[in-house]
Write a protein that binds this ligand. Sequence first.
Ligand code: SF4
Length: 416
Amino acid sequence: MSQQAAPAPMQADSAPTSAPTAPGAPTPAPTPAATSPHNLAARILAGHTLTHAEALALLATPDEDTLDLLNAAFRLRREHFGLSVKVNYLVNLKSGLCPEDCTYCSQRLGSAAQILKYTWLDKDEAVRQAKLGIGGGARRVCMVASGRGPTDRDVDRVSAMIADLKADHPEIEVCACLGILKDGQAERLRAVGVDAYNHNINTAESHYEDICSTHSYADRVATVEKAQAAGMSACSGIIVGMGESDEQLVEAVFALRDMGSDSIPVNFLMPFDGTPLEGTWELSPLRALRILALVRFAAPDRELRMAGGREMHLRSLQPIALQAANSLFLGDYLTSEGQSAEEDLAMIRDNGFHVLGERPGEPGFTGASGEACASAAGESSCCGSGCGSTTTTAAGASATPAPRKRGAGTDLDPNA
Ligand code: SF4
């Protein structure tokens, strides 16, 4: 844990101001006028870069002032992303059976989590699964495989899937997530049209050895840099609630900002039974909101995705999280079930937001299909064959992750 003095928390605008201090007295904490999140948001809009002390103060915001903090974060979100929400869809191309030992991961070496385990989907099935997500409203598809990193043959395999998908859906962004890249692999993925590469740093460099021993923080950063050098957009984020201190959380967020991660997924630890972090519950819904606000203040113009674990950690505050986040995953995660895709889309629209790509002029807009999907949102089915059959509400606010039992790797339709 941090040895530093506790930071002055962010306070609501209505809080009283501090009294003046005598000459020679210790430097007082900033007055609420200076630490107000709205004041800070205004300064950031004017070009200020969030400092380390300000970041810690954001995290120290009292529960009773956290909704005001989110309201301030909304000013930054709205400036850069309006009211749009990017909807992403995960296709797990290869599940479980990983030789790495990331403590948080249900697919790790030795995991006893009751997840789906399968080797590579064939090309047609992978493309079919991706199209079901697109039919459900996704404008970015994330093609993911477990493992330390791809072989060159794996890159060929995934390249063929993506070439087919891009041929039918050139408007859709494709993100690949295949692990640590070797020299030349990023360039080959970019050449077939991969728009982005996801490789999360997961936590602070100073905390990395506590969560993984089979590869290093530097390995992960090197892959992000390879993806960027090849011309792909970097998608790199974190998992919170793994024993990191506030200092380490700020360290990780600032690292993502400084390395130029274009999209920042914030995952909230899903402590699967059968993994080393089983039973680890460190987050409250308001704490989860403060973390999202921190990322928005630190990187106001980056895509901020509320990612895995949002249902069980944000719980009823998910809609408020959209004031900071402008992106989410639709439906299920790699190995666990999310809330239904219908609920995701209804949450977006009920709160005055819209799916990015369904309006003219937005990336991914295709006219009729986007409008059709939009018009059906919130009803019992959306569009495409994958939507109407997925009416199940999954893990939601339950206390443990519900392993995914539908979609890729099963005979059942996905949650899309
Ligand atoms: S996070 Fe990736 S590398 Fe680590 S155990 Fe899970 S699948 Fe393997």
